[in-house]
Ligand binder design. Structure first.
Ligand SMILES: C[S@@+](CC[C@H](N)C(=O)[O-])C[C@H]1O[C@@H](n2cnc3c(N)ncnc32)[C@H](O)[C@@H]1O
Length: 202
């Protein structure tokens, strides 16, 4: 599901490229805060990845989306939710968008980000703290099992990480370090994106 038809076209293309068409039942245009087309406890697992929650601009919408995502999950089903990090964002600006430095701290207190005029900056968004995402789902009856910084210690070091790939021995060592450290609280919030892995309580 995605809100934007253009993104569904991209999804269709990517599904074909990966040759997994037979494993995809449906592509749906819609918003995660209204899953009324699905009954309660429909799905074995729920994945809300790529940060759609960041684009729900007020708290009521985010609570509604969390309650909908949990409602459609079966009891005990795993729930995976990833978002863009509030603390990681200034580093993203430092590394990739230094000309947008004026947006690096305006959102820090509330998480609410308002873009500039003339297409400058990112689209309007709410950036999450790890404890905020955890609380959003815990209050909907989800047991939080794990939080992980998705890029881990490689976050904001894309060039250096890709360079290492040429040396497979070192690459494997680094992947091992990433996997061993990605759930440490000092890594979770500082990564560009982080993931909550939870379970709907029975
Ligand atoms: C940062 S992009 C990620 C795109 C892609 N899913 C990925 O992981 O690379 C966030 C996506 O969330 C979608 N989105 C924004 N608000 C949404 C909503 N209320 N419901 C569903 N999708 C939404 C956007 O259209 C966009 O495709």
């Amino acid at each position: 599901m995605d809100l934007v038809p253009e993104m569904l076209k991209t999804a269709k293309r990517e599904i074909k490229k990966a040759k997994v068409q037979t494993r995809v039942k449906q592509l749906l245009e819609g918003s995660i805060d209204d899953l009324s087309m699905f009954g309660d406890e429909t799905f074995d697992a729920v994945l809300c990845l790529g940060g759609p929650l960041n684009h729900l601009l007020n708290i009521k919408q985010r609570v509604k989306a969390a309650s909908e995502l949990v409602r459609v999950a079966k009891k005990d089903a795993p729930i995976f939710v990833s978002v863009i990090s509030r603390i990681g964002l200034p580093k993203t600006i430092l590394v990739g968008f230094p000309h947008e430095m004026k947006y690096a701290e305006t959102h820090l207190e509330t998480g609410d980000y308002v873009p500039g005029l003339n297409g400058e900056g990112f689209t309007a968004a709410h950036w999450f703290l790890p404890e905020e995402l955890r609380e959003l789902f815990e209050t909907q009856g989800v047991e939080a099992l794990e939080m992980a910084g998705l890029e881990g210690l490689s976050s904001h070091h894309e060039k250096e990480t890709n360079r290492l790939y040429k040396d497979q021995e070192k690459w494997k060592m680094w992947i091992d370090v990433l996997l061993k450290t990605c759930t440490h609280p000092s890594v979770v919030g500082g990564a560009e994106h982080f993931l909550l892995v939870g379970r709907k309580q029975g």
